[in-house]
Design a protein around this ligand. Structure first.
Ligand code: ATP
Ligand code: MG
Length: 213
């Protein structure tokens, strides 16, 4: 008998919102329940995807056109879906992904002004119907996120953008969450890491309840 299809959870939010921090806590929480888990990230998560990541985040690539950036993000995503996400879900494993297609609506759509219809078209083709069961959006004022992220090493090609860019990213994320309220849980990421994990675990609980025989 084949295993029940796994669940797909994506984490979204601006720079320094606490995605990586939450991932570590969530991973523990899921594994404690005896659920096999694959953790991955975007752009990246595969050999091809990590090569794409190096290009899109390289501050030296100043001439990268918005259209090229969008296509590269979806190139990485198409590979991740086929090589990692879909096989894992089919095998009954859960997938926890640091950013997914919503990030393109926020960054390449909201941030860079690429048309939503074009992004949706690419999503249909590249993601082949692989959509998260749950998306946790860590919502945080831009200034707080930037202050949190400031302690890190050199800024990448996207992190060097102006505050206005990240304000548009935040708005686009929130709009996306509003259009798909069943899939999204918006979490106030200005809370403590413990409170953020608690809110995320609560959202996860509903998913676990749905999946158990
Ligand atoms: N809820 C929180 N309250 C205060 N500080 C936090 C919180 N969550 C994370 N941090 C701190 O903020 C910084 C950024 O967090 P983290 O790396 O998890 O964010 P991120 O969303 O993964 O960022 P990026 O988009 O750049 O990958 C880290 O130093 C982390 O310890
Ligand atoms: Mg991170």
């Amino acid at each position: 008998m084949s295993a029940a299809r796994g669940k797909f959870i994506s984490l979204e939010g601006g720079e320094g919102a606490g995605k990586s921090t939450l991932l570590a806590g969530l991973r523990e929480c899921i594994e404690q329940r005896g659920i096999a888990l694959v953790q991955t990230r975007e752009p990246g998560g595969t050999s091809v995807g990590e090569a794409v990541r190096a290009i899109v985040l390289d501050p030296g690539q100043r001439g990268l056109a918005a259209e090229t950036e969008l296509l590269l993000m979806f190139a990485s995503r198409a590979q991740l879906v086929r090589e990692v996400i879909e096989p894992a879900l089919r095998a009954g494993q859960w997938v926890l992904c640091d950013r997914y297609a919503d990030a393109s609506y926020a960054y390449q759509g909201g941030g860079r002004g690429q048309p939503v219809s074009r992004i949706a078209e690419l999503e249909r083709w590249a993601c082949a119907g692989v959509t998260p069961d749950l998306t946790l959006l860590l919502d945080l004022p831009v200034a707080i996120g930037r202050a949190r992220a400031a302690g890190r090493s050199d800024a990448d090609r996207i992190e060097v953008e102006a505050d206005a860019f990240f304000e548009r990213v935040r708005v686009a994320y929130r709009e996306r969450a509003a259009t798909e309220p069943d899939r999204f849980r918006v979490i106030d990421a200005s809370q403590s890491p413990t409170a953020v994990l608690q809110a995320a675990t609560l959202a996860l609980g509903a998913l676990i309840g749905k999946s158990k025989p």
